[in-house]
Design a protein around this ligand. Structure first.
Ligand code: SF4
Length: 455
């Protein structure tokens, strides 16, 4: 078996190397001051690679300046250019940063042209030592692939395999692959299929894991940990990003904890477990609430996804900082909070939906509105719509494509305007931001009323 190790700057990714923790800026890349400041914060938080969005050539030049300023500060963290829709921008960015992420679904609309452009990209990457991430997303697979295989984990695997063939045809191996989805079942299955395919072919490329558009708060953390930990527990995955609709600095300790668990540097804070009739009763003694919920997802997410168990309850305690500044225990025994965390884990593993399912992108330099505040407001106003899938996406360029499976979508257009989607179709465009949540709710209510009338 041949195991590939990719290299971005001084960071090694793949076989035998520790799991690499990465994150992404949500600044406008052309805003050099803000981007440099955020990169410094993310570096200080422990990010080992930092990605920035590169929508145009102006951002390629900004990236050069950001890189130079960071290096002048003594920060060597590899930078990753996130490129969609333009192979020329990817080729230009490969001259500047240590790694370029391309999305095969939108690298070039013509497959033969895509092959030619990819060869040009590879030439630059070979000369500069730049790594490439083949970054597929469930929501933005190309038309050609979905016509052949549907919008499925199999299609994701086939698309990735096709692009890995292109890497091998070009004799280029400084490559990492990702197959992200917001649905944890789809995400885990796609990576497993690709891993099996790579084993069958005798060549294992490094994998970047992530649950995309995971949302925020407890749900975003548990969903991410469930999908990522399921794969890491099987030895699948070499670098991870936890995508949260929050300050990206919050992503880093979450990813670090998951990486440390599966690199063997940390153990679970679970102190006892009993399994009877496929129901788990676990006891925890966690140093914080965040560690508790991450450990729950790391310990039982995969077993729930794979239907090895059917339910979970927890007891024990976690620590908070008390009024006197000293650690104080919070008991979980028989509490609503314990039941709520178990409900969240069941939903993260898609075993039981006790509230709406939210898809929310983490935001990036393409986001043109206050994404986190809007997402929280959408969550507050739609909390009663149990089982419905609602997406809140930062931009009109990638948002509609990425929100696979959403029943409804709130998509920022820029200039204070929003598009409302029902499934894949825009049903209202150019809605002023201050009216958009009301408008979304009205459309949902009307559609529900119609459904009831025709039932
Ligand atoms: S959908 Fe969100 S994360 Fe993706 S490119 Fe648009 S703003 Fe950035």
């Amino acid at each position: 078996m041949r195991h590939i190790v990719a290299k971005a700057g001084d960071v090694m990714i793949g076989h035998g190397h520790p799991i690499v923790v990465q994150t992404m800026c949500n600044t406008h890349t052309a805003d050099i001051e803000a981007s440099v400041a955020q990169c410094i914060r993310l570096h200080e938080a422990g990010a080992q690679m930092i990605r920035l969005t590169v929508p145009g050539m102006r951002e390629v030049e900004a990236l050069r300046e950001i890189r130079d300023r960071l290096r002048a500060e003594g920060i060597g963290t590899p930078l990753v250019a996130d490129v969609h829709f333009s192979s020329e921008i990817a080729i230009a960015a490969a001259e500047v940063v240590e790694k370029v992420r391309i999305n095969p679904g939108n690298f070039h609309h013509n497959h033969e042209q895509a092959k030619l452009q990819f060869s040009r990209l590879v030439q630059v990457c070979r000369r500069r030592g730049t790594a490439i991430r083949i970054g597929l997303n469930h929501g933005s697979l190309g038309q050609r692939i979905t016509d052949l295989y549907g919008n499925t984990p199999l299609a994701m695997k086939e698309a990735a395999a096709e692009w890995l063939d292109m890497c091998q045809e070009n004799d280029f191996y400084n490559v990492v692959v990702s197959l992200k989805a917001s649905n944890t079942i789809v995400m885990v299955e796609a990576y497993r299929l690709l891993y099996e395919e790579m084993k069958r072919r005798g060549i294992i490329f490094p994998l970047h894991l992530g649950v995309t558009e995971a949302g925020n708060g407890d749900a975003g953390r548990m969903k991410s940990a469930t999908g990522i930990a399921a794969l890491l527990s099987e030895g699948i995955g070499d670098t991870i990003r936890v995508s949260l609709t929050e300050d990206p600095a919050n992503e880093v300790p979450v990813a670090r904890h998951i990486a440390d668990r599966f690199d063997g540097r940390l153990h679970s804070t679970m102190t006892a477990v009993k399994i009877e009739n496929r129901e788990v009763k676990a006891t925890y003694s966690a140093p914080s609430r965040e560690i508790l919920l991450l450990d729950m997802a790391c310990d039982f997410g995969r077993r729930l996804l794979d239907r090895e168990i059917d339910g979970i309850s927890i007891g024990g305690e976690y620590m908070i900082t008390g009024k006197d500044g000293q650690p104080a225990p919070v008991s979980l025994e028989g509490t609503e909070e314990a039941a709520y965390l178990c409900d969240e884990l069941m939903q993260a593993a898609r075993r039981r939906f006790y509230r709406p399912e939210y898809i929310a992108c983490p935001g990036c330099g393409r986001t043109m509105y206050s994404l986190e505040a809007t997402f929280n407001e959408v969550k507050r106003r739609t909390a009663h719509l149990k089982g419905m899938v609602i997406a809140v996406m930062g931009c009109i360029v990638n948002g509609p494509g990425e929100m696979a499976d959403a029943d409804w979508g709130y998509v920022g257009e820029g200039n204070g305007k929003v598009s409302i989607y029902r499934g894949k179709n825009p049903v209202m465009r150019h809605v002023p931001e201050n009216e958009a949540i009301d408008c979304l709710l009205k459309l949902i209510e009307e559609a529900e009323a119609q459904n009831e009338a025709s039932a």
